[in-house]
Ligand binder design. Structure first.
Ligand code: HEM
Length: 211
């Protein structure tokens, strides 16, 4: 840990995050080409379908890659995303303040604030539903009836729109609170950590003193 900067994300975590973001946007764009009629001409010849499937394979490999490169990090991400304490619930009740950029005077937060926990948890759930429904349409066509196929299509489309809305919110908060450096260099400013994650910062300082 340095004086004015705090280490937050390792190289492996950052690479996985950007691979996730790249494959998500590539899948969203090629997916919209598949369902949006005016763009159908661009999808002619099946190019967008092929690109969609290549990035679907990349997306499916991401948890495996995360587990291989940083098993503890993946476990912590899943555990933290689905664990909420009383302060998290109080924090969520005051989400409108946070939305307006007013993070001071909110209940203290640890490594992830409650909004990030909720975002990551919904991304994990969306990841599972979009992958299962996608695989069903891709490989299970001959195994399931037309009813199940249409249901998978609906689940796939609704999850896509939900993830797109979540991503707009995610990027909005990253820029409002100046969190981008964490996913670029791995470091965030001490000011950002004090404002957003005081519990986490105190824990890091305690560990550093104890060493
Ligand atoms: C240009 C687009 C994006 C930017 C600028 C961005 C930026 C960031 C930043 C700065 C963080 C770290 C926040 C912190 O804890 O301090 C983060 C974390 C995260 N983002 Fe994004 N993100 C983008 C797209 C996405 C997309 C498309 C998804 C998923 C659909 C996503 C999912 C996540 C997840 C799951 C984490 C937690 C990562 C971990 O703990 O390993 N992000 N993002």
């Amino acid at each position: 840990m340095q004086n004015d900067r705090v280490f937050r994300y390792s190289g492996a975590q950052r690479s996985i995050h950007w691979l996730l973001a790249l494959s998500f946007f590539a899948l969203a764009i090629t997916g919209l080409f598949l369902v949006f009629r005016p763009a159908a001409e661009l999808a002619a010849g099946g190019l967008s379908r092929q690109v969609h499937r290549i990035f679907a394979a990349v997306l499916l490999a991401i948890p495996v890659l995360y587990a291989v490169l940083d098993w503890q990090g993946l476990k912590r991400l899943v555990r933290d995303s689905f664990t909420y304490d009383r302060d998290d619930l109080r924090w969520l009740a005051r989400l409108p303040r946070y939305f307006l950029g007013l993070a001071h005077d909110l209940p203290p937060q640890g490594r992830l604030n409650a909004g990030q926990k909720l975002h990551h948890a919904l991304v994990i759930i969306g990841y599972v539903t979009i992958s299962v429904s996608g695989l069903l349409m891709w490989l299970g066509k001959s195994l399931v009836g037309p009813g199940a196929f249409v249901a998978a299509l609906w689940v796939h489309n609704i999850t896509t729109y939900a993830l797109l809305i979540l991503t707009v919110g995610h990027i909005y908060f990253v820029f409002v609170y100046g969190a981008l450096s964490g996913m670029l260099s791995g470091y965030v400013s001490r000011r950002y950590a004090e404002l957003e994650h005081p519990g986490w910062l105190a824990e890091l300082d305690r560990t550093a003193v104890g060493r």
